[in-house]
Structures are given as C-alpha cells and as structure tokens.
Ligand binder design. Structure first.
Ligand code: ADP
Ligand code: MG
Length: 265
C-alpha cells in the first residue's frame, strides 16, 4: 500500500490504518481489508463501474456494504466500503457444517428474490449480458484458464465464438427476479443459517433466477469436492437440499446455460 498512489478522497479515509491483503477473490481486483472497512481496487470497466451503483441501489433492501468513498483515477476504480460481519459461506463448510451453509444460501436467494424489481435500474438480462460477453471475447477479456474442464475441447465447444453462438441461439425464457450475478460462496456472509451480507455485486441486477442458482450450485460443488475433497454424493445431497429449501426442481437446461454464460466473464 506504501507504493500505491491513492485518490485523495480514499487516502484521507484510510491513512495510517493497518490492513490485510485478501487473496481469495476471483477477479483481478486487489482487496485491502481494514478493521472496519474494505478497499477494492479494480480496473475501470462495465462490472467494476456497476458495483458502487448497485451497492447504493440495494442499500436498505439487503445487507450490503455501505459505500464510504468511490473514485476513478488512471484507469482504476477505488471503492471504499464498510466491512461485512459474519462468516463467508465457504468457511462455514470447512467447519463441517454443510446443512447450515446450504440453509443460509437458500435464505440469501429468497431474500434476493423478495426485492421489488419494478423500479430497478440494474439490467442484467440476457440481451445485456450477451452484448457484454461479445465485447469480452472481442477484447481478449475472457480467461479460458479458469473454464470448467469440458467447456472447450473434445467434449465441448470448438472455441469461444462457438460457445457464444450457442448462448445466443439457445436463450431460455427468462423468469425475472433481482439477482446477485455472482452468487458463489465467498461472496456471501452467513450467521446461523441466515445470509447476513452480500458482497461483490458488480453483476447484480434483473435476470433469470437461475443466474444465481446455477453459480451457487457450481460453487457448492467446487468447495465441497475440489477444496474440501468430499465425495460427489455429499455435493448431490447438498444440491438437493438447496432445491428442496427453494421448493424447486432442477432445471438442467438453465443450470448448464448460466454456467456456460459465466465462462465469458
Ligand atoms: N465489504 C467486505 N467486507 C468483508 N470482506 C470483504 C468485503 N469485500 C470484499 N471482501 C473480501 O475480499 C474478497 C474479495 O472481494 P470481492 O469483492 O469478492 O472481489 P472479487 O471480485 O475479487 O471476487 C471477498 O471474498 C471477501 O473475503
Ligand atoms: Mg468475490
């Protein structure tokens, strides 16, 4: 942080305070965690620009960080926000408390869906997302290194354009709700089976409810099977519990579609 040149509005809020550098986030952002606040520095771009706007719109409707300062300088966004309390859903899992984590994830989805979208200015519908996806492909912003194993190659699509064409021509009808946009375990804070904090909201907005269910299911599988090395059956049980708490059946087509769409972000 010593060598970082910070905008004045940010600097005056954090000068002299000590911090930890978070390394968990998936994007190329840098996140500095202070005692009571968090500074997220990210390249200026569609989703980064959206995050502060989304936090302001959601404030008062859901537990999200409060924007303390926001600045754009030299191609970077600086978002200083309040720190969320509670335990990240992924850390609850490692405590061997899978049911509790799944209950909290279902609670979070229900809270997102309870928001009235009639005056929501944040559009994340497929037309918008596909335009962004195309931009990402054309500008070399898609990182294929973190793709699911069979998205490309012998059992998948030949290249990014083929994946895009599939997404464009197979758009499922949209059941619109308010969505988080990147509803994975490290982006939710939980306490006793409740979601008490939502973060990383750059893609939040009106979209199909499977946008969030799909990434939640993918994240559950990754955390249980890959990170915790638990058997696949444990993931299946957790997934079925999630559906049962949501009173829903799996929509395999939408599940696959929204996981594929996310590859292009
Ligand atoms: N407001 C916040 N309160 C507490 N922790 C946060 C906050 N914002 C970010 N973090 C921590 O930093 C990590 C990365 O931040 P996030 O906004 O999710 O960025 P990325 O886009 O890199 O995933 C989170 O998983 C969380 O551990
Ligand atoms: Mg994140």
């Amino acid at each position: 942080m010593k060598n970082l040149v910070l905008p004045n509005s940010i600097k005056e809020n954090i000068e002299g305070k000590s911090f930890d550098l978070d390394t968990l986030g998936a994007s190329d952002s840098s996140v500095y965690i202070f005692d009571e606040s968090v500074l997220k520095i990210e390249k200026t771009g569609d989703n980064a620009n959206r995050e502060a706007e989304a936090l302001k719109w959601i404030c008062g409707k859901l537990p999200v960080p409060q924007v303390l300062a926001f600045a754009q300088e030299n191609g970077l966004n600086y978002l200083l926000m309040s720190k969320m309390h509670g335990t990240m859903a992924c850390d609850v899992l490692t405590d061997d408390n899978i049911d509790m984590a799944v209950t909290a994830l279902a609670d979070g989805l229900k809270r997102l869906w309870s928001i009235d979208i009639s005056d929501c200015p944040l559009d994340s519908r497929l037309t918008k997302r596909l335009t962004q996806a195309k931009y990402n492909i054309e500008n070399g912003l898609v990182d294929t290194d973190d793709f699911e194993p069979n998205t490309l190659g012998e059992n998948g699509f030949t290249d990014l354009d083929a994946l895009y064409d599939f997404l464009e021509t197979h758009q499922p009808p949209e059941d619109l709700v308010f969505t988080h946009g990147d509803y994975c375990l490290p982006n939710t804070f939980t306490e006793n089976g409740k979601t008490v904090g939502f973060i990383d909201l750059g893609k939040a907005g009106i979209a199909d409810r499977w946008q969030d269910i799909a990434l939640c299911v993918r994240s559950l599988q990754y955390n249980l099977c890959d990170l915790c090395a638990l058997p696949y059956d444990v993931f299946l049980k957790a997934k079925n519990r999630l559906y049962s708490l949501l009173h829903m059946e799996e929509d395999a087509e939408k599940l696959r579609y929204y996981i594929l769409l996310d590859e292009l972000f």
